[in-house]
Design a protein around this ligand. Structure first.
Ligand code: SF4
Ligand code: SF4
Length: 88
């Protein structure tokens, strides 16, 4: 198994870690992650659960756009994100 590798501007290799999930039990709906993602990967909306119909949370709306920078996870004070490497 190989893992997808990226390159820095200077040519050093690094391993992108792509967004995998957002834990709904941790997300408080602050919206920081949605603002920090420059690739339109994350969305923001209501939970489907009737009990929490007014509660807003982040979601992964377009995973295919993720570049694996992990900026969303770094900005999340609740540590709600999990990431995965991409096997090739
Ligand atoms: S930064 Fe964390 S707590 Fe805030 S909306 Fe995103 S996942 Fe939820
Ligand atoms: S890892 Fe980067 S590109 Fe992917 S969702 Fe997070 S901030 Fe956006």
């Amino acid at each position: 198994m190989s893992v997808y590798q990226g390159l820095t501007y200077g040519g050093s290799s690094w391993t992108p870690e792509f967004v995998q999930a957002i834990d709904p039990d941790k997300c408080i709906g602050c919206g920081r992650c949605v603002k920090v993602c420059s690739h339109g990967t994350l969305g923001f909306g209501n939970l489907d659960d009737d009990e929490d119909a007014d509660r807003m949370q982040a979601n992964i709306s377009n995973k295919d756009n993720c570049i694996g920078c992990m900026a969303c996870g770094k900005t999340c004070v609740k540590k709600a994100f999990s990431f995965e490497v991409k096997e090739i």
